[in-house]
Design a protein around this ligand. Structure first.
Ligand SMILES: [Zn+2]
Length: 316
């Protein structure tokens, strides 16, 4: 019992012996207690011959930028069939962020930055939603019913989180922990893409810059993209980031106090290699510009605060 208590703290009991969970502890202690409420055996979701959810692009160790791509892939675990969907549906934006993975890889290469990409379809589990959110596993996306998600039991949902959501976020967390331990400044950039038409409504933005409470880096990237002169850029458009709709920048950026941003690019602009290369090159040029502006703003604020403190003895 002592061993089990060590592995499953807080009185949780796990009798799923097929694939034991990885260690629970994290610096931020964010893993909810969904891990081992499974009171019965469940079959393995990802078989040994299936690729894992995490793709790692190693950086050169010098870049402060750290890229993630939550919706990079459109794989479906074999155990789930095709979730009852045709290949045509699985190739649409409902299943993945078209073009985002290629831009992320090219951008990582151009910056010398590390990137973590998630290979499985967001229809299996959305890696940018809190796993307890109602739309973590959608029954319907835009106008498409997802038959394989019509009746997902809590243990089955937990299994999807255990085998896909958490390994991806644990990898990000571990790497950001390492950056923090090494004292390396890190800017988290979450890469996404959006469909040009949603529910019959065209979207005019070429790109969007999303943030939640902390707009420090987003504001500067907005300014840099706006300065290009040929872009319509959404400020928290086509949708705003938030605690209920976004997991990645909230947990890995905001809660750590890291500079961060969520970048959305319209899918028709990055659906081929030419567009992907052009956007990667554009962002590789503008992200450092935004960072320099951000650091300049911080330095100005610090200088002004120190001047004020000097002038006002009550603050000393
Ligand atoms: Zn996305």
């Amino acid at each position: 019992m002592g061993d089990i208590a060590n592995v499953f703290p807080l009185g949780q009991v796990c009798v799923n012996t097929i694939r034991p969970p990885p260690p629970v502890a994290t610096i931020s202690g964010e893993r909810p207690a969904i891990w081992c409420r499974l009171g019965h055996h469940v079959r393995v979701l990802l078989s040994k011959d299936e690729v894992g959810p995490v793709e790692v692009v190693a950086g050169d160790g010098a870049s402060p930028f750290f890229l993630v791509c939550d919706h990079a892939g459109r794989l479906i675990p074999r155990a789930l069939g095709a979730l009852g969907l045709s290949e045509e549906h699985l190739d649409r934006h409902i299943a993945w962020d078209i073009g985002a993975a290629a831009v992320t890889r090219r951008l990582a290469e151009a910056l010398g930055a590390s990137a973590i990409l998630q290979r499985y379809s967001r229809l299996v589990i959305d890696c940018n939603r809190p796993p307890d959110a109602a739309d973590s596993i959608v029954r319907r996306s835009e106008r498409t019913e997802v038959p394989g998600n019509a009746d997902v039991s809590p243990p089955a949902a937990e299994q999807r989180a255990r085998e896909i959501f958490w390994p991806y976020h644990d990898e990000i967390r571990a790497r950001l922990d390492r950056c923090a331990i090494d004292g390396r400044p890190t800017i988290l950039v979450a890469m996404h893409s959006f469909t040009p038409v949603f529910l019959d409504r065209p979207r005019a933005w070429h790109a969007g810059v999303l943030y939640n409470r902390d707009a420090r880096f987003g504001r500067e990237l907005l300014r840099a993209l706006g300065g290009e002169g040929d872009l319509v850029v959404g400020d928290n458009e086509p949708y705003a980031a938030g605690d209920l709709t976004d997991y990645t920048i909230v947990h890995h950026g905001e809660r750590r106090g890291l500079l961060h941003v969520e970048v959305e690019i319209r899918q028709d602009l990055i659906s081929d290699a030419g567009g992907q290369g052009a956007w990667a090159a554009r962002l590789a040029r503008l992200l450092p510009v935004a960072l320099a502006s951000c650091e300049g703003s911080s330095a100005r604020v610090r200088h002004e605060e120190s001047e004020e403190a000097h002038e006002d003895p009550r603050r000393l």
